[in-house]
Design a protein around this ligand. Structure first.
Ligand code: HEM
Length: 509
């Protein structure tokens, strides 16, 4: 048995493989029931010219297992790669949160999955897209997943729009072809997308590698301290490799050579011992500071300009996966995996995500997804949840209910959810402080001349084929954000500037 076949065998067979001074003594090939295989090269047939026999259970099992090798790919973020590493907390933030992961000096194992969003699991990694940056922290209080993106903002602010947004971005259901005109038909109804669209069409939409990009929580979460006091917090991973992107010329060149350039880069760097690192920064706001801002700080289409950043730790990725499917494909990263001291904010997009990930994962991977090795917490799980397909847990005892005198499982008082004062009625209404364009203009003006030019060309070329009305509405958003930006894209997209100005004049800030 060589090392390649070795990686396919079960643990039992592996244990019986003995290595002596470089030579390998083979353990026999078996069926899944452990019985030895008689012939793995020839199916059992009825004589020399008859059909293959159904009683060849080895052949049938091999084909059945092959037929079931794939689980559904993620409905978004299907293309990705993962690695293991470690997070080391460096700052005492106990005044903000009781989360044990932030105890200074505490080392926490992590698994990170990077991804792109729209296209399928083998799509080119050069395609323009936001990138996922999702981290599972195996903390002493259970798993905490920080499921973020490289961009600090998102296109929409309410979960009810997410399925429509993804449908518009994905290929046309009739032709299965990408179609920018469909996207802009939809996006022209979303002025709040202007900042994130600017990021998408800038060179930040085509990062050089996963090692060279930052990560962001996008949403605010809530830190809760030991006294039960809340602060709102945004997280940001800052790459220590330097943030680097590809311009459109580099994208075309690299795509012609390697459609997995980001995975190749990460795997090769870790393999050669060049372990990538990110510092973790937070920005925090007290609940009483929120109302004074001229934008809504719980709106994920916004960053928090001018709010001080503080470094609280560092992450290193130092181990490639041993099996892509078992680790990267089966990992279930979900914003609902939270630990005491970290809670969701009232951000309407995040609230939808709290449901959606755990829901899709019980479908994509199964009811027992959280007991797979890559998803299992390092601390014991102790509750009455049970059974379900493919349950490999070793549950013992009779008490699968709570409360019980036979086997008490007390609740932890300090882990109670924090309290939020409320007033008013239920409602279905947009947020009040929309401020759709200001931060988009600031972002545009933060780019140097070359990056502005690349953005204008990329955006203009993509927008050019849209229907006249959608095109001019989008152009009015860009013009409202920054006149130079709007004019530039208008020229490349073949728009009518007078019409753009007219539409922009009608927009509120
Ligand atoms: C209401 C809005 C959103 C919904 C309903 C949603 C839904 C989903 C779903 C269903 C998946 C597939 C999960 C899986 O199969 O394991 C996914 C993956 C992902 N989403 Fe979202 N998403 C939303 C917004 C966002 C935002 C704002 C971000 C960034 C902050 C984000 C980042 C990611 C990442 C990084 C992944 C891939 C996780 C992995 O690597 O396994 N999503 N999303």
């Amino acid at each position: 048995m060589n090392s390649q076949t070795c990686s396919r065998v079960t643990l039992g067979a592996l244990a019986s493989t003995i290595l002596v001074a470089g030579s390998v003594f083979a353990s026999p090939l078996t069926l899944d029931n452990g019985a030895p295989v008689g012939d793995n090269q020839n199916s059992q047939t009825a004589g020399s010219n008859g059909p293959t026999l159904l009683q060849d259970v080895h052949l049938i099992q091999k084909l059945q297992r092959f037929d079931r090798e794939k689980i559904p790919e993620r409905v978004v973020h299907a293309r990705g790669t993962g690695a293991h590493g470690e997070f080391i907390a460096s700052a005492d933030i106990s005044e903000l949160t009781m989360a044990k992961v932030f105890t200074p000096g505490q080392k926490t194992p992590v698994f990170v999955r990077f991804s792109s969003v729209v296209h399928g699991s083998h799509s080119p990694e050069t395609l323009r897209d936001p990138r996922g940056f999702a981290t599972k922290f195996y903390t002493a209080d259970g798993n905490w997943d920080l499921v973020g993106n490289n961009f600090p903002t998102f296109f929409i602010r309410d979960a009810i729009k997410f399925p429509d947004m993804v449908h518009a971005f994905k290929p046309d259901p009739r032709t299965n072809l990408g179609n920018d005109a469909r996207r802009f038909d939809f996006l022209s109804h979303l002025p709040e997308a202007t900042r994130t669209l600017t990021l998408l069409y800038s060179n930040e939409g085509t990062p050089k590698s996963y090692r060279h990009m930052d990560g962001n929580s996008v949403h605010a979460y809530k830190f809760i301290n030991a006294k039960g006091e809340a602060s709102y917090v945004k997280f940001r991973w800052k790459t220590l490799q330097g943030q680097k992107n590809l311009d459109p010329g580099e994208v075309a060149r690299i795509q012609g050579q390697d459609f997995s350039h980001m995975t190749n880069d990460l795997v090769a760097a870790i393999k050669r011992g060049d372990h990538p690192r990110w510092d973790l920064y937070i920005q925090t706001l007290k609940p009483e500071q929120m109302a004074a801002l001229d934008y809504d700080p719980l709106d994920p289409t916004k960053i928090w300009p001018g709010v001080a950043e503080r470094k609280i730790g560092q992450m290193v990725l130092n181990r490639n996966v041993e099996n892509f499917y078992q680790e990267t494909e089966q990992v279930t990263l979900a914003p609902s995996n939270l630990v005491p001291g970290i809670e969701p904010s009232e951000d309407r997009l995040l609230q939808g995500r709290l449901f959606s990930y755990a829901d899709t994962q019980t479908y994509r991977v199964g009811a027992n997804a959280m007991s797979l090795p890559v998803n299992r917490p390092k601390v014991a799980v102790n509750n009455g949840n049970q059974d379900g397909a493919l349950n490999a847990s070793r549950t013992v005892g009779s008490v699968n209910y709570e409360p019980s005198r036979k086997q008490p499982r007390p609740a932890t008082e300090s882990a109670r959810y924090s309290q939020l004062p409320l007033s008013g009625t239920t409602q279905q209404q947009a947020i009040a402080r929309t401020q759709n364009f200001k931060q988009a203009g600031e972002l545009y003006r933060s780019y140097d001349a070359k990056n502005r030019r690349d953005l204008i060309n990329s955006f203009g070329q993509s927008l050019a084929g849209s229907d006249d009305e959608s095109k001019h509405i989008i152009l009015s958003y860009l013009y409202k954000a920054d006149a130079e930006y709007g004019k530039g894209v208008c020229k490349v997209a073949g728009g009518n500037l007078a019409k753009v100005k007219q539409l922009a004049a009608r927009l509120e800030d």
